[in-house]
Design a protein around this ligand. Structure first.
Ligand code: SF4
Ligand code: FES
Length: 224
Protein backbone atom coordinates (compact mmCIF):
# COMPACT_ATOMS: atom_id res chain seq x y z
CA UNK A 1 0.00 0.00 0.00
CA UNK A 2 1.15 3.56 -0.34
CA UNK A 3 2.42 5.23 2.81
CA UNK A 4 0.02 7.22 4.98
CA UNK A 5 -0.04 10.88 3.97
CA UNK A 6 2.44 13.20 5.61
CA UNK A 7 1.98 16.79 6.73
CA UNK A 8 4.77 19.37 6.67
CA UNK A 9 8.22 18.16 5.63
CA UNK A 10 9.85 16.41 8.56
CA UNK A 11 6.54 16.01 10.38
CA UNK A 12 5.55 12.52 11.47
CA UNK A 13 3.11 10.73 9.15
CA UNK A 14 -0.51 11.41 10.00
CA UNK A 15 -2.65 8.44 10.99
CA UNK A 16 -4.66 8.48 7.78
CA UNK A 17 -5.09 6.04 4.92
CA UNK A 18 -4.97 7.26 1.32
CA UNK A 19 -7.62 6.74 -1.33
CA UNK A 20 -7.58 3.20 -2.68
CA UNK A 21 -6.78 1.62 0.70
CA UNK A 22 -7.98 -1.99 0.75
CA UNK A 23 -8.99 -4.41 3.49
CA UNK A 24 -5.64 -6.15 3.05
CA UNK A 25 -3.88 -2.82 3.62
CA UNK A 26 -5.80 -2.34 6.86
CA UNK A 27 -4.95 -5.87 7.96
CA UNK A 28 -1.27 -5.38 7.24
CA UNK A 29 -1.24 -2.09 9.13
CA UNK A 30 -3.24 -3.19 12.15
CA UNK A 31 -1.96 -6.75 12.59
CA UNK A 32 1.48 -5.96 14.07
CA UNK A 33 -0.02 -3.22 16.26
CA UNK A 34 -2.68 -5.38 17.89
CA UNK A 35 -0.17 -8.18 18.32
CA UNK A 36 1.80 -5.88 20.67
CA UNK A 37 -1.39 -5.49 22.68
CA UNK A 38 -2.01 -9.23 22.98
CA UNK A 39 -4.70 -9.45 20.29
CA UNK A 40 -5.15 -10.92 16.82
CA UNK A 41 -7.76 -10.77 14.07
CA UNK A 42 -10.85 -12.85 14.70
CA UNK A 43 -10.49 -16.42 13.45
CA UNK A 44 -13.75 -15.96 11.53
CA UNK A 45 -12.36 -14.64 8.25
CA UNK A 46 -15.74 -13.77 6.73
CA UNK A 47 -16.63 -11.68 9.73
CA UNK A 48 -13.27 -9.89 9.60
CA UNK A 49 -13.83 -9.10 5.93
CA UNK A 50 -17.27 -7.70 6.71
CA UNK A 51 -16.05 -5.42 9.50
CA UNK A 52 -13.11 -4.17 7.45
CA UNK A 53 -15.48 -3.42 4.58
CA UNK A 54 -17.47 -1.32 7.05
CA UNK A 55 -14.31 0.47 8.12
CA UNK A 56 -13.44 1.26 4.52
CA UNK A 57 -16.86 2.82 4.05
CA UNK A 58 -16.33 4.93 7.15
CA UNK A 59 -12.86 5.85 5.92
CA UNK A 60 -14.27 7.02 2.61
CA UNK A 61 -16.73 9.38 4.29
CA UNK A 62 -14.72 10.57 7.32
CA UNK A 63 -11.04 10.25 6.36
CA UNK A 64 -10.22 7.79 9.13
CA UNK A 65 -11.11 4.29 10.23
CA UNK A 66 -13.58 5.04 13.01
CA UNK A 67 -15.21 2.01 14.53
CA UNK A 68 -18.05 0.82 12.32
CA UNK A 69 -20.06 -0.44 15.29
CA UNK A 70 -20.13 2.75 17.34
CA UNK A 71 -21.48 6.26 16.93
CA UNK A 72 -19.10 9.19 16.66
CA UNK A 73 -19.89 12.06 18.99
CA UNK A 74 -18.53 14.90 16.86
CA UNK A 75 -16.04 15.78 19.62
CA UNK A 76 -12.59 15.01 18.16
CA UNK A 77 -11.12 14.34 21.62
CA UNK A 78 -13.73 11.67 22.26
CA UNK A 79 -13.85 10.27 18.76
CA UNK A 80 -10.11 9.67 18.67
CA UNK A 81 -10.79 6.86 21.14
CA UNK A 82 -12.84 4.92 18.61
CA UNK A 83 -10.39 4.95 15.73
CA UNK A 84 -9.64 1.32 14.99
CA UNK A 85 -7.91 -0.47 16.68
CA UNK A 86 -9.27 1.18 19.82
CA UNK A 87 -7.87 -1.49 22.17
CA UNK A 88 -5.58 0.84 24.21
CA UNK A 89 -8.60 2.92 25.28
CA UNK A 90 -10.69 -0.03 26.41
CA UNK A 91 -8.13 -2.45 27.79
CA UNK A 92 -10.22 -3.60 30.73
CA UNK A 93 -13.51 -4.06 28.89
CA UNK A 94 -11.90 -5.95 26.05
CA UNK A 95 -9.77 -8.08 28.38
CA UNK A 96 -12.96 -9.06 30.20
CA UNK A 97 -14.82 -9.94 27.00
CA UNK A 98 -11.67 -11.39 25.37
CA UNK A 99 -12.50 -9.41 22.24
CA UNK A 100 -13.12 -5.85 21.09
CA UNK A 101 -16.68 -4.53 20.92
CA UNK A 102 -17.16 -5.43 17.27
CA UNK A 103 -15.25 -8.70 17.51
CA UNK A 104 -12.79 -7.73 14.80
CA UNK A 105 -10.02 -8.53 17.28
CA UNK A 106 -9.85 -11.31 19.85
CA UNK A 107 -7.32 -12.08 22.57
CA UNK A 108 -4.30 -13.92 21.20
CA UNK A 109 -5.08 -17.12 23.12
CA UNK A 110 -8.71 -17.43 21.95
CA UNK A 111 -9.00 -20.32 19.50
CA UNK A 112 -12.53 -19.86 18.22
CA UNK A 113 -13.43 -16.20 17.74
CA UNK A 114 -16.89 -17.08 16.42
CA UNK A 115 -17.80 -18.51 19.83
CA UNK A 116 -17.43 -15.03 21.33
CA UNK A 117 -19.95 -13.40 19.03
CA UNK A 118 -22.70 -11.66 20.93
CA UNK A 119 -20.58 -11.23 24.07
CA UNK A 120 -21.04 -7.60 24.96
CA UNK A 121 -20.79 -7.55 28.76
CA UNK A 122 -17.57 -8.05 30.60
CA UNK A 123 -17.53 -10.83 33.23
CA UNK A 124 -17.61 -9.67 36.85
CA UNK A 125 -14.63 -9.95 39.17
CA UNK A 126 -10.92 -9.45 38.66
CA UNK A 127 -9.62 -9.62 35.10
CA UNK A 128 -6.16 -9.97 33.67
CA UNK A 129 -5.37 -7.08 31.37
CA UNK A 130 -2.42 -7.33 28.96
CA UNK A 131 -0.21 -4.27 29.41
CA UNK A 132 3.02 -5.13 27.58
CA UNK A 133 4.99 -7.86 25.93
CA UNK A 134 7.92 -9.15 27.95
CA UNK A 135 10.40 -8.42 25.19
CA UNK A 136 9.11 -4.86 24.76
CA UNK A 137 10.46 -3.77 28.16
CA UNK A 138 14.02 -3.90 29.36
CA UNK A 139 15.21 -4.03 32.94
CA UNK A 140 14.97 -0.60 34.52
CA UNK A 141 12.21 0.47 32.15
CA UNK A 142 8.82 1.84 33.10
CA UNK A 143 5.60 2.23 31.20
CA UNK A 144 2.41 4.15 31.91
CA UNK A 145 -0.73 2.22 31.03
CA UNK A 146 -4.34 3.33 31.35
CA UNK A 147 -6.70 0.55 32.38
CA UNK A 148 -10.20 1.99 32.40
CA UNK A 149 -9.87 5.18 34.44
CA UNK A 150 -6.88 3.89 36.39
CA UNK A 151 -3.35 4.95 35.47
CA UNK A 152 -0.79 2.25 36.22
CA UNK A 153 3.00 2.41 36.30
CA UNK A 154 4.51 -0.88 35.14
CA UNK A 155 8.18 -1.48 35.96
CA UNK A 156 10.65 -4.17 35.04
CA UNK A 157 13.39 -4.86 37.59
CA UNK A 158 15.79 -7.82 37.36
CA UNK A 159 13.51 -9.58 34.89
CA UNK A 160 10.43 -9.22 37.12
CA UNK A 161 7.43 -7.01 36.48
CA UNK A 162 5.59 -4.82 38.97
CA UNK A 163 2.48 -2.66 38.64
CA UNK A 164 1.41 0.17 40.91
CA UNK A 165 -0.72 3.26 40.81
CA UNK A 166 0.95 5.84 38.61
CA UNK A 167 -0.03 8.70 40.91
CA UNK A 168 2.41 9.92 43.54
CA UNK A 169 0.61 10.60 46.82
CA UNK A 170 2.54 13.82 47.41
CA UNK A 171 1.43 16.03 44.52
CA UNK A 172 0.18 13.50 41.96
CA UNK A 173 3.24 13.22 39.70
CA UNK A 174 3.37 10.21 37.34
CA UNK A 175 5.64 7.62 38.95
CA UNK A 176 6.19 5.98 35.56
CA UNK A 177 8.35 9.02 34.73
CA UNK A 178 10.48 8.57 37.85
CA UNK A 179 13.88 6.92 38.20
CA UNK A 180 14.51 3.39 39.39
CA UNK A 181 17.12 2.66 42.01
CA UNK A 182 16.93 -1.10 42.58
CA UNK A 183 13.33 -1.76 43.59
CA UNK A 184 12.71 1.87 44.53
CA UNK A 185 11.23 4.38 42.15
CA UNK A 186 11.99 8.02 42.83
CA UNK A 187 9.15 10.39 42.03
CA UNK A 188 10.21 12.74 39.21
CA UNK A 189 8.89 15.86 40.97
CA UNK A 190 10.18 15.85 44.56
CA UNK A 191 11.97 12.54 44.95
CA UNK A 192 9.66 10.55 47.20
CA UNK A 193 10.64 6.91 46.95
CA UNK A 194 8.24 4.01 46.56
CA UNK A 195 9.06 0.31 46.63
CA UNK A 196 7.68 -1.09 43.39
CA UNK A 197 7.14 -4.49 45.05
CA UNK A 198 4.56 -3.32 47.57
CA UNK A 199 3.96 0.39 46.95
CA UNK A 200 5.33 1.43 50.33
CA UNK A 201 6.99 4.77 50.99
CA UNK A 202 8.62 6.36 54.03
CA UNK A 203 5.96 9.05 54.19
CA UNK A 204 3.05 8.33 56.53
CA UNK A 205 -0.23 7.15 55.00
CA UNK A 206 1.10 7.70 51.50
CA UNK A 207 1.64 4.16 50.16
CA UNK A 208 0.33 3.56 46.66
CA UNK A 209 -1.76 0.63 45.54
CA UNK A 210 -0.07 -2.27 43.78
CA UNK A 211 -1.62 -4.77 41.36
CA UNK A 212 -0.76 -8.47 40.85
CA UNK A 213 1.29 -9.15 37.73
CA UNK A 214 1.44 -12.43 35.84
CA UNK A 215 3.72 -13.27 32.94
CA UNK A 216 2.29 -15.78 30.50
CA UNK A 217 3.14 -16.67 26.90
CA UNK A 218 5.46 -13.69 26.63
CA UNK A 219 2.85 -11.24 27.85
CA UNK A 220 2.68 -9.12 30.99
CA UNK A 221 -0.82 -9.26 32.50
CA UNK A 222 -2.01 -7.07 35.35
CA UNK A 223 -4.98 -8.17 37.45
CA UNK A 224 -7.40 -5.32 38.10
S1 SF4 B 1 -14.28 -2.11 18.72
FE1 SF4 B 1 -12.95 -3.36 17.42
S2 SF4 B 1 -13.50 -2.84 15.33
FE2 SF4 B 1 -14.29 -1.22 16.67
S3 SF4 B 1 -12.65 0.31 16.67
FE3 SF4 B 1 -12.35 -1.00 18.43
S4 SF4 B 1 -10.91 -2.51 17.72
FE4 SF4 B 1 -11.77 -1.58 15.89
S1 FES C 1 4.74 14.70 43.52
FE1 FES C 1 5.87 12.96 44.00
S2 FES C 1 7.29 13.65 45.45
FE2 FES C 1 6.12 15.41 45.01
Amino acid sequence: MSAPETGAPGAPPRRRFPEGTTAEDLKAYMGPFVERLGYKFNTDGEFVAMVLEGELEVLATTGDVYCPCRMRTGDPKEDVKIICPCIPFFRDEFAGMRKCWCGLFIRADVEDGAALMGVIAEPEGPIEVPVARVDDMRDGEARRVKVGKTALAVFRVDGEFFALSDVCRHAFAPLSEGWLDGHAVMCPWHGWRYDVRDGTTDHPDADVRTYPVTVRDGEVLVTV
